[in-house]
Design a protein around this ligand. Structure first.
Ligand SMILES: Nc1ncnc2c1ncn2[C@@H]1O[C@H](COP(=O)(O)OP(=O)(O)O)[C@@H](O)[C@H]1O
Ligand SMILES: [Mg+2]
Length: 416
């Protein structure tokens, strides 16, 4: 018999319900006593819209059918390189993970966010992240893992540790990254399927001192016909610069690249997203709170998800908007400080530009005047243009017509 507080729901079979289950479905009233039941583990295959983790299944991915279809067909049909770009928290990782699952293709995802938090990075950092993504891949292989490990064992710089591998970055036998990619390519060729190598937040690869990742990517692009490279990036311009298809001196110059762009939700979509998410929770937010959230969070799906998640824990109220603003501000501030950390010399100037455009959308000349005031001297035009352009490329400010402003409403609040 279930005890109060940990009952088992046997009356409903979720696969037979036309709508997703809400938390209300787990409350059973028995002789006036409410038993709250733990959702059964067989429901793990889908998440709530307000789950803060990146989404991994099509069913949980709100309104990205078009981008998902483009991504899946690009990797299935063998496009050698695909970029997924969009501001922070617009769903790039969600699209990447869902796309790989939908396409049913094996792959590794190297998550470079950890490098984003460092002022600079080394080859060792990259190898450690690659190592953990290869180990994740192995852990998903089950029956096949042994065979893959046997092959990996033959590569210089690879040690087998239990059911995983460890890569050496120094000493007599450092690992050559391209050897790992070659092994994965050969495996894909033998098994007649495609293999995906994805770098999440790939603009961070540009930070790795003294190591030319582009050259490796160009080699994979040109010679590994069964492998597709996927790069995601929040700093869209910095990622495009890193890839360097327009730069005659860059290894990837002139290569064709498929680009998928993620944007903000419109106000109508944001409202619909919130309503659907709250429906799953079995609640309906009041119109005033909903409207305030729509204004404050400005169509960024990650902030809307965070808002929903906070409401899930603490109830729907104006104070939930306050909380999402506080948490969001500190996340956005940290990301901007990370950007400044590797740009010590121009730090004060970048900050000044952000402060200038936060009060009202500003023109290039207004920004120049403000930076000159800060320094008490003339600053050349080229210098100003470079600073503004880097902030735009990093995705912190946007240009509309002749005016520059901060794109993310919570970053704007953090700078104010
Ligand atoms: N299409 C979507 N449907 C539902 N939730 C989403 C969607 N896109 C993103 N999210 C949610 O928004 C947040 C940010 O998504 P993520 O994929 O990490 O974005 P990014 O990689 O662009 O920063 C996560 O909480 C995620 O669950
Ligand atoms: Mg991401």
């Amino acid at each position: 018999m279930p005890e109060i507080g940990q009952g088992v729901l046997i009356a409903q079979n979720p696969t037979l319900l036309a709508r997703p289950l809400s938390l209300e479905d787990y409350k059973v009233v028995l002789q006036g006593i409410v038993l709250t039941c733990t959702p059964p583990s067989y429901l793990d295959w889908y998440k709530l819209l307000f789950d803060e983790r990146p989404k991994t299944t099509k069913r949980d991915l709100y309104d990205m059918e078009r981008q998902l279809a483009s991504f899946v067909s690009a990797i299935r049909e063998g496009d050698p390189m695909v970029l997924i770009v969009g501001l922070r928290r617009t769903g790039k990782t969600s699209l990447l993970q869902t796309g790989l699952a939908e396409a049913k293709l094996p792959g590794i995802i190297v998550d470079l966010r950890a490098i984003g938090e460092k002022p600079y990075a080394t080859k060792k950092d990259l190898l450690q992240l690659l190592e953990s993504s290869v180990n994740n891949f192995l852990s998903e292989q089950k029956g096949r893992a042994g065979r893959v490990i046997d092959r990996l064992k033959g590569i210089r710089g690879v040690q087998v540790m239990g059911t995983g591998v460890s890569f050496s970055w120094a000493g007599k036998e450092p690992l050559q990254i391209v050897d790992v990619f070659k092994l994965l390519e050969e495996m894909a060729a033998r098994e007649k399927h495609r293999f995906i190598i994805a770098f999440d937040e790939a603009q961070e690869l540009g930070k790795i001192a003294g190591f030319n990742v582009q050259k490796i990517l160009a080699h994979v692009y040109d010679y590994f016909k069964n492998t597709s490279i996927v790069l995601t990036g929040s700093a869209i311009g910095l990622l495009r610069d890193f890839v360097g298809t327009d730069d005659p001196d860059a290894p990837l110059y002139g290569r064709a690249i498929t680009e998928i762009v993620l944007g903000r939700l419109s106000e109508g979509q944001s409202r619909d997203f919130l309503q659907k998410g709250f429906e799953q929770l079995g609640t309906r937010p009041n119109e005033k709170v909903l409207r305030e959230a729509l204004i404050r969070l400005d169509g960024i799906i990650g902030w809307l998800t965070l808002f929903g998640s906070i409401c899930k824990r603490g109830g729907v109220s104006a104070s939930s908007i306050g909380k999402v603003r506080e948490i969001g501000k500190s996340m956005a501030r940290k990301e901007f400080l990370n950007f400044l950390a590797s740009r010590q010399i121009a730090k004060r100037r970048y900050m000044r530009i952000m402060k200038t455009v936060v009060s009202h959308p500003a023109t290039w000349s207004e920004i120049k005047r403000s930076v000159q005031e800060l320094e008490g001297r003339t600053v050349n035009d080229r210098g100003i243009t470079d600073l503004i352009s880097t902030l735009v490329k990093a995705g912190f400010i946007e240009k509309t017509g002749e005016l520059y402003q901060i794109g993310d409403p919570l970053l704007a609040e953090a700078i104010r």
